[in-house]
Design a protein around this ligand. Structure first.
Ligand code: FE2
Length: 460
């Protein structure tokens, strides 16, 4: 019987092909820059291997490009051709890919959840759930899906993928606010596998959420795997840039943007959202970002028909709003009329929050701050449904605050900043903004109290 690295049966031409697939999967788990080469090696050993085709299909979807959906469907058809002779576990992966090819992320999650219940050591299924739960804003199941299989992983440090499971467990804890446990598990995972970018990333998230910038910068600068990571290294640079921004090192942010973030050859959505997110943050503080928006606007214009992830839409709305108000308005209109399908996860999220969020961001870019508030405030509690992390979506909370300040809606600004400083008591920027608002409103006593808090937190 041919088996994978955790002992699960695999349909493959040879054990050698199964092992090549294992190496491909591990490369994906660590965000290595050799994933493509390893997948090619797998195909060279078994051109019809079901799981290789399933993985290829998953990869095509995870690129978030409409143009690649037909390629995912081709991979699905190749997998379906050999599915009748495959194991029940492999057939569940085919079922998940079928749902994903119908743009039904909830359906894909359901098939993958069934898979991990029956086969808790199926790392591919756990990792795919990490993606689908992440991009549907389901932090609870991001955490709990790993918890549901942990009975099979407890004490199994002997399994080659144990560390990667640990980093996924850590990230789910981070996104649900259990920062202490997330950090300890993230650090343990990074110790087990120095090349595990997800473990490095999880600890950076904890430092970001706890407003521990110096810890976060030290952590990211101490890691040396950047040359072996794929474009995810840009996202780690994004985390560093956010930390530098929060401590007011704006020139360093711009230098990092030019040297470690913006890649003129990249069209990957994560890279584009990293870049757009940093430019938007800098502008919140009035930093002149020069002509850096132009490249983002051009890329967004080329991707307006993707409409696969509302998280990406929101960033494209900012870029389009910056460079071409007409194109931005057209984009928002096209989201509204996209689809009424309940099975299409993107369309469903667009109806609940995606459209209104994009419309609000375009209004913000047009300096119609009242319109921005009118559209963003009612949906702010649903923004998590667009997916992404708490740290990434924080940009939209900051934009709402800025819109309230710009519109001189002082009681709204005060309430939003009061809320923010209670949630993020070590965030010096939030305290400074609150002081400014309180002083503007003539409440010098409250401003004085806030100043004491800001002084305490300014060392972070
Ligand atoms: Fe992140």
């Amino acid at each position: 019987m041919i088996v994978d690295q955790t002992g699960l049966q695999v349909s493959a031409a040879s054990q050698e092909a199964a092992e090549a697939f294992d190496r491909t999967l591990v490369a994906y788990l660590r965000f290595g820059n050799d994933i493509g080469d390893l997948l090619k090696t797998t195909y060279s050993l078994d051109s019809e291997m079901l799981l290789a085709n399933v993985l290829r299909g998953y990869f095509m979807h995870m690129m978030g490009m409409r143009a690649l959906v037909p390629k995912a469907q081709q991979a699905l058809m190749a997998a379906q051709r050999v599915a009748s002779a495959a194991t029940p576990r492999e057939q569940l992966h085919v079922k998940a890919l079928e749902s994903w090819c119908s743009l039904d992320l909830a359906g894909a999650s359901a098939a993958l959840e069934e898979c991990i219940r029956e086969y808790p050591t199926d790392v591919l299924a756990v990792k795919m759930l990490h993606y689908t739960h992440f991009y549907t804003g389901d932090a609870v199941n991001l955490r709990n899906s790993v918890g549901r299989v942990w009975h099979a992983w407890e004490g199994r440090e002997d399994l080659p993928t144990y560390g990667y499971m640990l980093s996924m467990r850590a990230f789910g804890l981070e996104e649900t606010g259990d920062y202490g446990k997330a950090e300890s598990l993230g650090r343990a995972a990074a110790s087990l596998n120095e090349a595990d970018a997800w473990a490095v990333h999880t600890v950076a998230h904890v430092c970001e959420m706890e407003d521990r910038r110096q810890d976060g910068l030290s952590w990211l600068e101490s890691k040396g795997g950047y040359d072996n990571w794929n474009n995810f290294r840009y996202h780690l640079a994004w985390h560093k840039a956010v930390m530098l921004f929060e401590v007011g090192r704006h020139d360093d942010v711009l230098a990092l943007y030019d040297d470690g973030l913006f890649d003129p050859k990249s069209d990957e959505y994560l890279d584009l959202t990293n870049d757009i997110s940093i430019l938007a943050r800098l502008e919140l503080e009035g930093v002149d970002v020069g002509d850096r928006w132009a490249a983002m606007g051009e890329r967004a214009k080329g991707r307006v028909d993707d409409k696969l992830l509302a998280f990406v839409d929101a960033h494209f709305a900012l870029a389009l709003g910056e460079v071409d108000a007409g194109a931005a308005e057209d984009y928002v209109t096209s989201i509204d009329g996209y689809s009424d399908s309940e099975d299409d996860t993107y369309a469903h999220v667009a109806q609940i929050v995606g459209h209104d969020l994009c419309a609000a961001l375009v209004a913000y870019k047009a300096k119609d701050f009242e319109a921005c508030i009118d559209m963003l405030e009612p949906v702010r509690d649903h923004v998590k449904l667009i997916g992404g992390s708490n740290a990434q979506r924080d940009l939209f909370a900051q934009i709402l605050i800025d819109a309230a300040v710009q519109a001189e809606k002082w009681t709204l600004a005060r309430s939003l900043l009061s809320e923010r400083t209670t949630l993020k008591p070590k965030n010096a920027r939030a305290w400074r903004q609150l002081i400014m608002v309180l002083k503007t409103m003539g409440d010098d006593a409250a401003a004085e109290l806030a100043s004491l808090k800001a002084d305490v937190t300014s060392m972070n």
